[in-house]
Design a binder for this molecule. Structure first.
Ligand code: THU
Length: 132
């Protein structure tokens, strides 16, 4: 995906970040996931009074894509208001790897500090999907 599309994806993540439900951490995160056909699916973190039930922005975007029938992805952009770009948690790495083990992961702060990883570097030996 081109740099222009990457910045478009970051903009989508920045926008959806505003919808984050974060009464417990006040830490809003937005994510935008692009599939190989160029469709984009967005997500924000959704917290819960039972803290462990919180869902990260990345998994919300992934679930939205799956519900729309999309299963192969190119890149996910994540945006947070932090000094450094966030790195996806272990649970999100495993859930994303189920579908695209070498997904590009772009993470940006609201001020534009941006970094990029490959999911395969963040999770070198994922438990593989057993159905595909
Ligand atoms: N969070 C995400 O949504 N994605 C990340 O990559 C990092 C953490 C959320 C979970 C929780 O609602 C809040 O940020 C604080 O950890």
């Amino acid at each position: 995906m081109s740099a222009a599309n990457d910045s478009e994806l970051i903009s989508r993540a920045l926008l959806v970040r505003e919808r984050a439900y974060v009464p417990y951490s006040s830490f809003k995160v937005g994510a935008a996931l692009a599939d190989t056909a160029g469709q984009t699916f967005v997500g924000c973190n959704v917290e819960n009074v039972s803290y462990g039930l919180t869902i990260c922005a990345e998994r919300v975007a992934l679930a939205s894509a799956i519900a729309a029938g999309s299963t192969t992805f190119d890149v996910i952009a994540i945006v947070s208001d932090s000094a450094e770009p966030v790195v996806p948690c272990g649970a999100c790495r495993q859930v994303l790897a189920e579908f695209t083990p070498a997904l590009r992961v772009i993470s940006s702060t609201v001020t534009g500090r941006t970094t990029e990883f490959s999911l395969s570097a963040l999770l070198p030996s994922p438990r593989q999907g057993i159905l595909g």
